[in-house]
Write a protein that binds this ligand. Structure first.
Ligand SMILES: C[S@@+](CC[C@H](N)C(=O)[O-])C[C@H]1O[C@@H](n2cnc3c(N)ncnc32)[C@H](O)[C@@H]1O
Length: 236
């Protein structure tokens, strides 16, 4: 199904669902020069399904004027909300998405990929160097612990898995506290478990609105959910 639509992973549909529901990419960049534009950070990007969606949404209009249109992925089959249409006319900056994953990823047009562990300070430094003077308007994390081969640990409902996932979420939240621009948004994948209410409470203290989402394309048997937090309060 995902491949029929030109996407590498079915996870693309999860992000499309979130983008259609929330104005996450309504980035305040129209009047800014590329050096000062708002960027998107994506944590846990391989194999690249979300990167493809971000690339489509952020660059599709600009790409039609580029010389190699054959390199583009297929156009989105879903209508974009009006809030997303606005950003398509933003000044051209071809490096607005910075994506990170432990695993290698086949390049996606317009996505600046870093291969490494997001929790590693050296990788964070690499990210912040790429951000430069630009603002961060959106941070997305679809990170999930990679399989260890131990069934007890790999079960997404196991305590070890939930704990590891929570650690990843807290690490992204700490990063967001340092780099997310005021009014920016954060999307965090988490696994339903005993700690998700504490995580929601932490988010509520820092964002104007916090929603919990289970996109229709997420398998029912999976305990994965997404927090969509908008309106970062930035009271640092
Ligand atoms: C569900 S997949 C992401 C799918 C991706 N959003 C897509 O649409 O193709 C989760 C990813 O998180 C990555 N990951 C897990 N822990 C990570 C970490 N500490 N740093 C960076 N990436 C990590 C895994 O390597 C895996 O590729």
């Amino acid at each position: 199904m995902a491949r029929q639509h030109g996407y590498r992973a079915r996870s693309s549909f999860k992000l499309l669902h979130l983008l259609n529901k929330y104005p996450l990419l309504n980035l305040p960049s129209k009047s800014l020069s590329p050096a000062n534009q708002t960027v998107v950070i994506e944590c846990g990007s391989a194999p690249g399904g979300w990167s493809q969606v971000l690339s489509h949404v952020l660059y599709s209009q600009q790409q039609t004027t580029r010389t190699s249109p054959e390199t583009l992925s297929k156009p989105l089959d879903q209508k974009l909300p009006d809030s997303l249409e606005k950003i398509l006319s933003a000044p051209f900056d071809y490096n607005r998405v910075i994506s990170v994953d432990i695993l290698e990823m086949v390049p996606v047009e317009g996505v600046d990929f870093i291969c490494g562990d997001f929790t590693n300070p050296i990788i964070k430094q690499e990210i912040t160097q790429k951000i430069g003077s630009r603002k961060v308007g959106l941070i997305l994390s679809d990170m999930a612990p990679n399989l260890s081969g131990n069934r007890l640990v790999d079960d997404s409902k196991s305590t070890a898995s939930i704990y590891h996932s929570l650690e990843l979420c807290l690490d992204v939240l700490r990063f967001a506290e340092n780099y997310l621009d005021k009014d920016g948004s954060l999307v965090l994948k988490y696994f339903m478990g005993q700690n998700h209410t504490e995580l929601r409470n932490l988010l509520r203290k820092r964002f104007a609105k916090v929603h919990s989402e289970k996109p229709p394309s997420s398998r029912k048997e999976s305990s994965e959910q997404y927090f969509v937090a908008t309106g970062y309060l930035a009271n640092k």
